[in-house]
Each structure stands twice: as structure tokens, then as C-alpha cells.
Design a protein around this ligand. Structure first.
Ligand code: C2E
Ligand code: CA
Ligand code: CA
Ligand code: CA
Length: 284
């Protein structure tokens, strides 16, 4: 410890220094990483709770950093948002994922189309190119708009004015589904939901944690039951995240949730993996 004057002592924190350096290093490395093709996408299946079939997947971006190995999105998405790189990075993810969804469809016609969910950052929402880029990407890949779902966090839409909602409305009119991600964490006014061009609520993992064991926490059950009935009365489908156990899956199915995602079914993985999972469902 070295004296920092007066009666205060400051302790050197090498870990905090290392984190700060890494953050700075990662931020400056981001643009070149996109050029060098260091990003890749893992896909996590979305499973229909009623019949257990794979209906699609969420695209989750990763960075294969030459020194640090594979970095999860929580490490670099905030940095990319801060620097604006999220716009070209997000466009890259969308294009790659949409092409992948088209490839699945072509391989896979007999079992029905697999849909693709892609996360949108708030910065992409306010970017003027969102609608035209999305149209170009869908047309370029030959994917129908209704095979695409864009996930927007609840917090990004809290208090959203009409200017912010306009591009989402345009996309929804074209047939793209909009999902409200991390639902339940943002304290949004439930009545507000009617104003949003949203078709799907993705219930945050924090709500399903109390259902890992059987019987579930009764308060958690009541809350989820209430959300599901509200959502269905507004014609919204409910997807649940973070399903890790069969007890959760079963209780959420009984509560009427429509679709589930989580380690119980599969961790995020390479695109070939999803194809295998979907085929297994189709044949057995
Ligand atoms: P999210 O959209 O809420 O994605 C779900 C996260 O939960 C993913 O973390 C996923 O790997 C993880 N997960 C899935 N199933 C389970 C489970 O059963 N248990 C637990 N404990 N976790 C589970 P991941 O891949 O680290 O992504 C973190 C966040 O990064 C995402 O949260 C999303 O907000 C953001 N993100 C990922 N890809 C993109 C992207 O392409 N663009 C943008 N803007 N954000 C992205
Ligand atoms: Ca998401
Ligand atoms: Ca989420
Ligand atoms: Ca999340």
C-alpha cells in the first residue's frame, strides 16, 4: 500500500489494472477483429414445449481472440455498443445467421422450416439503415421475413417513442417477428405492451430459476402463470430462457409456455449441431 496523501491509503489492485488494460485492448482490437473474421456464431435450439420439436435457434455471437481465446458476448458487446462497432458487427451477425437459416431450410424441408432469432442492440434500433439492411439481407439470402425473429430487450423499449418504434413496426408489417427479450427485468408497464409491435415475450431466466426442482417455488409459479395468461390474452407467445432441468421444462409446459431454450435441451453450439438435433426430433 502506498500513501495517497492525508489519511487515505490506496491499495494497488493488479487485477483491476489487468481488467482495465484488457478492456482498452479489446476495444481497440474490435474493428480489426471484424475485418479478420475473428467472430463466429453459436446457435441454441428453440424447442416447442408442447411436442418437443426444434423450431429454430437463437444466434449468439462469440469472439475467437488470438490471445484470450473464446470470449462471450458479455465481454465485448458493451464495448462494441460504446464505440459504435455494434452496427457493422450486428449487421454481420444478422447476415450470417439469416444465411444459415436459409441453409437449414434447404436441407430440411420435410420437417418444416427452422426459424432464426437474432439479438438487436439498442444502437441498431436507432440506426437509420436497420430496415433497409434487414430487407437486403433477407432478399440476398432468399429467406422469407417470417422465418426471422429479432430480439430486442425490454429495457431498450421502455419509454420508447414513436420514432424508435417505427422501424420495428415496418419490420413487423413485413412479417418479421419481434421478441421482447429479458422480459420481466425492466419494470415496464404491462399495459404498454399493447403499444409495441411485439409478438413474443422471452421470459428472463430469473423467473424460471425457482422451478429447477419439483415442486417449484409457489410464488414463482404464480408469477409465471400470471405473465403467461396476460401474454396469451394479448396474443403474444411466451418463450422461456434458461431451462436447465426436466422439472423446469415440465412445469413451464403445464403453465402454458410455448417455447423453451436452455441447457436442458442443448448448449449453444455450431450450426451442424442444430441440424442434427432437428433431425433426431423428426425421426424419433
Ligand atoms: P440473451 O439474449 O439473454 O441470451 C441468452 C444467454 O443465456 C446466452 O448467453 C446463452 O448462452 C445463455 N443460456 C442459454 N441457456 C442457458 C441455461 O440453461 N442456463 C444458463 N445459465 N444460461 C443459458 P451468451 O451467449 O453468453 O449471451 C449473453 C448475451 O449477449 C445475450 O443474452 C445477448 O443479450 C447478448 N448477445 C449475444 N449475441 C448477441 C448479438 O449478436 N448481438 C447483440 N446485440 N447481443 C448479443
Ligand atoms: Ca436474446
Ligand atoms: Ca434473454
Ligand atoms: Ca440476457
Amino acid at each position: 500500500a502506498k500513501s495517497a496523501g492525508g489519511n487515505r491509503f490506496e491499495f494497488a489492485d493488479p487485477e483491476a489494472d489487468a481488467r482495465a488494460i484488457t478492456r482498452h485492448g479489446l476495444t481497440t482490437a474490435l474493428p480489426a477483429a471484424l475485418d479478420r473474421g475473428e467472430f463466429f456464431i453459436e446457435y441454441q435450439p428453440l424447442v416447442h414445449l408442447g411436442d418437443g420439436t426444434v423450431r429454430g435457434a437463437e444466434a449468439l455471437v462469440r469472439w475467437l481472440h488470438p490471445q484470450h481465446g473464446v470470449l462471450g458476448p458479455d465481454r465485448f458487446i458493451p464495448l462494441a455498443e460504446h464505440t459504435g462497432l455494434i452496427v457493422p458487427l450486428g449487421r454481420w451477425v444478422l447476415e450470417k445467421a439469416v444465411r444459415q437459416a436459409r441453409a437449414w431450410q434447404e436441407k430440411h424441408e420435410q420437417t418444416g422450416p427452422l426459424r432464426i432469432n437474432v439479438n438487436l442492440s439498442p444502437c441498431q434500433l436507432t440506426h437509420p439503415g436497420l430496415v433497409s439492411d434487414t430487407v437486403d439481407i433477407l432478399e440476398g439470402a432468399g429467406l422469407e421475413p417470417d422465418a426471422l425473429c429479432l430480439e430486442v430487450t425490454e429495457s431498450a423499449l421502455i419509454g420508447a417513442d414513436d420514432d424508435l418504434l417505427k422501424p420495428l413496426r415496418r419490420l413487423a408489417e413485413m412479417g418479421v417477428d419481434i421478441a421482447l427479450d429479458d422480459f420481466g427485468t425492466g419494470y415496464s408497464n404491462l399495459a404498454n405492451l399493447r403499444r409495441l409491435p411485439v409478438r413474443i415475450l422471452k421470459l428472463d431466466r430469473s423467473f424460471t430459476r425457482g422451478m429447477q426442482q419439483y415442486p417449484a417455488d409457489p410464488v414463482d409459479l404464480k408469477i409465471v402463470e400470471g405473465i403467461v395468461s396476460l401474454a396469451h390474452s394479448l396474443d403474444l407467445a411466451v418463450t422461456v430462457e434458461g431451462v436447465e432441468t426436466s422439472a423446469q421444462a415440465e412445469q413451464l409446459r403445464i403453465l402454458g409456455c410455448d417455447t423453451a431454450q436452455g441447457w436442458y435441451y442443448a448448449r449453444p453450439g455450431p450450426p451442424e449441431r442444430l441440424h442434427e438435433l432437428a433431425l433426431v426430433d423428426a425421426t424419433g
